[in-house]
Design a binder for this molecule. Structure first.
Ligand SMILES: Cc1ncc(COP(=O)(O)O)c(C=O)c1O
Length: 470
């Protein structure tokens, strides 16, 4: 037990149940506890009362408390462990387990979110910066339109309809600082108009779920299988975040019949689909799938980013919105004054217009395709008993593991040796669902370094298996 841990009594939580309110008791408790963690009244590592104690103190059934704790754990606010008291996580996000952004202590970076920034096209980018600045109008250097520079919105809308089949009008195409920023804006806008239940695939990126929750959303889960998300499992959500082209982290693609079923769900439930078209540009087997957005532009918000395709450091992405959301989202962007630098937007518009972005993508597709073949070949040879999962696309593969706890132990051991890696359980809701595995990114490292890193990882896996045999 950490010294800083303080055991919270039920009365310390100052929970108040108003039985005259229409909101169910569990919803009231959930809101108050979430509020206490967000405001800092409950801080990281504090122990919460057991379900039995809290249920007795509040005069409610234990099932109610189980539901409340389950939901808060799914949103990342609290941590549940078998046989131990629940504890509070930092600010709803367990910052102790978030990957260090700068890769502190990591020698071999196999984390799935990293593209090969060493291949950043410095010379073409410098040319775009120089030329765009030389041609910039004086007005371009003043305050820019919060929705993005018009020239860039036109260039992005053209790029999306050309490469992803998105129905994109420049007036409905907004520039943001990337998909995380777009999701944060949408979460706040939807919450303000009363749409507060956002479904995420289980598993799905834990940081995105935390961002939605910080934006006022109650995060609920949707199950997935080898055909992608199952709309029949979405429990009363007003929106759903989904990555149809390449599900993160499992690497499956949303099957054609599921696409139709998902659109039917959105239309019937009058819900919104947030399509995270994450790393869709990278498909190495020649079977690209178009964006879901084109099937129902009024029910889908399309989210895109240069974070994987170019460089995360640029912080530049986009959203294509249904017309009905335009005003509210533009107002939210205008009010938070957090737009991408107009100078970077000018440079990226030029980079797109002169074909340099397409050239860069073509080159990177070859690089990543070769790396993927290399790593799948190597793993088949070194670990023949472990399945490699995920389509030939994106920047990571999933290496099958016998259980989520094995995968988590291997990940921690690998990290202790300086190998940065993810596992499926990190991105699952509280009860890890579906097949277990390690999520191995191959984007950031060239083949010789990948070979060294995988060699060390395989040693960790073999050692673990030997120790736990029988
Ligand atoms: C599943 C998923 N979606 C989207 C993103 C992109 O985020 P951003 O555009 O904010 O860099 C990431 C980055 O790690 C991701 O893993």
């Amino acid at each position: 037990v950490l010294e800083s841990q303080r055991k919270i009594q039920a009365r310390d939580l100052l929970l108040q149940l108003d039985r005259s309110r229409r909101a169910p008791v569990s919803r009231q408790l959930e809101e108050q506890m979430r509020g206490a963690i967000r405001s800092g009244a409950l801080v990281a590592d504090e122990q919460l009362p057991s379900t039995r104690v809290l249920a007795e103190d509040l005069g409610v059934s234990r099932g109610v408390i189980l539901r409340v704790y389950g939901q808060l754990a799914a949103e990342g606010y609290i941590c549940l462990r078998q046989g131990a008291a629940p504890t509070v996580r930092a600010g709803g996000l367990d910052t102790r387990t978030l990957p260090p952004r700068n890769g502190g202590g990591i020698v071999y970076d196999l984390r799935p979110h990293l593209p090969d920034v060493a291949s950043f096209p410095r010379q073409p980018w410098l040319r775009a910066v120089r030329e765009s600045l030389a041609h910039a109008r004086v007005a371009d250097l003043g305050y820019s339109d919060p929705a993005g520079l018009w020239d860039l919105r036109v260039a992005v809308a053209n790029y999306l309809s050309r490469t992803r089949g998105v129905t994109a009008h420049p007036a409905q195409t907004l520039i943001t600082a990337g998909s995380t920023h777009s999701l944060s804006l949408l979460s706040r806008v939807l919450a303000r108009r009363g749409d507060r239940r956002m479904a995420f695939e289980n598993p799905s990126h834990r940081i995105l779920r935390a961002v939605a929750s910080m934006g006022g959303q109650t995060v609920v889960r949707a199950a997935i299988d080898e055909s992608g998300v199952r709309p029949d499992t979405i429990d009363q959500a007003e929106s759903l975040v989904v990555s149809p082209a390449h599900q993160f982290p499992t690497g499956v693609v949303l099957a054609p019949q599921r696409r139709t079923a998902l659109v039917d769900w959105a239309q019937q439930a009058e819900a919104l689909i947030l399509e995270d078209d994450y790393s869709a540009e990278f498909r190495y087997d020649g079977v690209p799938t178009g964006a879901l957005q084109s099937l129902a532009p009024d029910h889908v918000v399309y989210l895109g980013s240069t974070g994987k395709t170019f460089a995360p450091a640029l912080r530049l992405g986009w959203m294509v919105l249904p017309e009905a959301l335009m005003d509210e989202v533009s107002r939210e962007l205008a009010c938070n004054m957090l737009h991408v630098s107009g100078l970077d937007q000018l440079a990226f518009a030029r980079f797109l217009q002169c074909g340099d972005f397409d050239r860069h993508l073509r080159r990177m597709r070859q690089v990543y395709g070769a790396r993927r073949s290399f790593i799948t070949g190597l793993l088949a040879e070194l670990l023949p008993g472990h399945e490699v999962r995920g389509i030939a696309g994106g920047l990571h593969i999933v290496l099958g593991m016998p259980s989520h706890s094995t995968a988590a132990s291997v990940r921690l051991e690998a990290q202790a040796l300086g190998i940065g890696i993810d596992s499926i359980d990190q991105h699952s809701f509280a009860d890890s669902a579906g097949p277990a595995g390690l999520v191995i990114g191959y984007g950031a490292l060239p083949e010789p370094t990948l070979e060294q890193a995988l060699g060390k990882l395989v040693e960790v896996i073999r050692r673990y298996e030997e120790m736990h045999q029988g």
